[in-house]
Design a protein around this ligand. Structure first.
Ligand code: GTP
Length: 182
C-alpha cells in the first residue's frame, strides 16, 4: 500500500511599509483587495493555502507516485510593524520569501538591498521572488521595469511586476514561488 503524506511549506512576505504586502496575500488567498491600510501591528498567518498540482509537471509526478497528496502552504504576513519583519520567529522554518517593493516609491526599491541582506542573515538558502507591486499606477511609476529586472538579475532571483488592485501577475508570482519550495 502506498502511504501518502502532506507537506507544509512556510512562505513569508516582506518589504517596506505600505508597498501592498497584505493586499497581495489577500488577493491570492481570498481574491480580496482593500483600499485601507491596516493599522494593527500583528502577524497574520494564512494556513493551509493549497495550489493545484496539475499546473506543475514536477509536482504532479510525485503526486502520482503517491508521495504527496496535499501541497499546503502557510503564508505569513505582518501588518504595520517593521520590527516584526526582522524577528527570528518570522523567519523560523521559512522556505520561501516574497520580497515586495512599490513601483511608485523609489525608496522602497532602494531598500531592497537591505531586505535581501536581512533575509540572507536569517535564511541562507530560501527561495526569494521579487515583486514590483502597484503596476496599475502607470502615471506614478518611478521605478522602471528594467531597473527591477536588473536588481533581480544581480541577485539571481525571479522578478514580476504585479498589481494587487487589478490582479496582474499575483497568481503567477505566488505560484512560481510556491512551486520552487515544494
Ligand atoms: P504595512 O502592513 O503597513 O506594511 O502595509 P502593506 O505593505 O501590507 O500594504 P497594504 O496591503 O496595506 O497596502 C497599502 C496601501 O496600498 C493600501 O491603501 C492599498 O489599497 C494600496 N495598494 C496595495 N496594493 C496596491 C496595488 O496593486 N495598486 C494600488 N493602486 N494600490 C495598492
Amino acid at each position: 500500500m502506498i502511504r501518502s503524506k502532506s507537506k507544509v511549506s512556510k512562505i513569508i512576505v516582506i518589504g517596506d511599509k505600505g508597498v501592498g504586502k497584505s493586499n497581495i496575500v489577500t488577493r491570492f488567498t481570498q481574491n480580496e483587495f482593500s483600499l485601507e491600510s491596516s493599522s494593527n501591528p500583528m502577524i497574520n498567518i494564512y494556513t493551509d493555502v493549497k495550489i493545484k498540482p496539475f499546473r506543475f509537471p514536477e509536482i504532479r509526478r510525485s503526486v502520482i507516485r503517491g508521495e504527496e497528496d496535499d501541497l499546503k502552504f502557510h503564508i505569513w504576513d505582518t501588518e504595520s510593524q517593521d520590527a516584526l519583519r526582522s524577528t527570528d520567529l518570522y523567519f523560523k522554518g521559512c522556505h520561501g520569501v516574497l520580497l515586495v517593493y512599490d513601483v511608485t516609491k523609489q525608496e522602497s526599491f532602494e531598500n531592497l538591498e537591505k531586505w535581501v541582506e536581512i533575509i540572507r542573515e536569517h535564511l541562507s538558502d530560501a527561495k526569494i521572488l521579487l515583486v514590483g507591486n502597484k503596476s496599475d499606477l502607470h502615471h506614478l511609476k518611478t521605478v522602471c521595469t528594467e531597473d527591477g529586472q536588473a536588481f533581480a538579475d544581480s541577485k539571481g532571483i525571479t522578478f514580476y511586476e504585479a498589481s494587487a488592485l487589478d490582479c496582474t501577475n499575483i497568481k503567477d508570482a505566488f505560484e512560481e514561488l510556491l512551486q520552487t519550495v515544494v
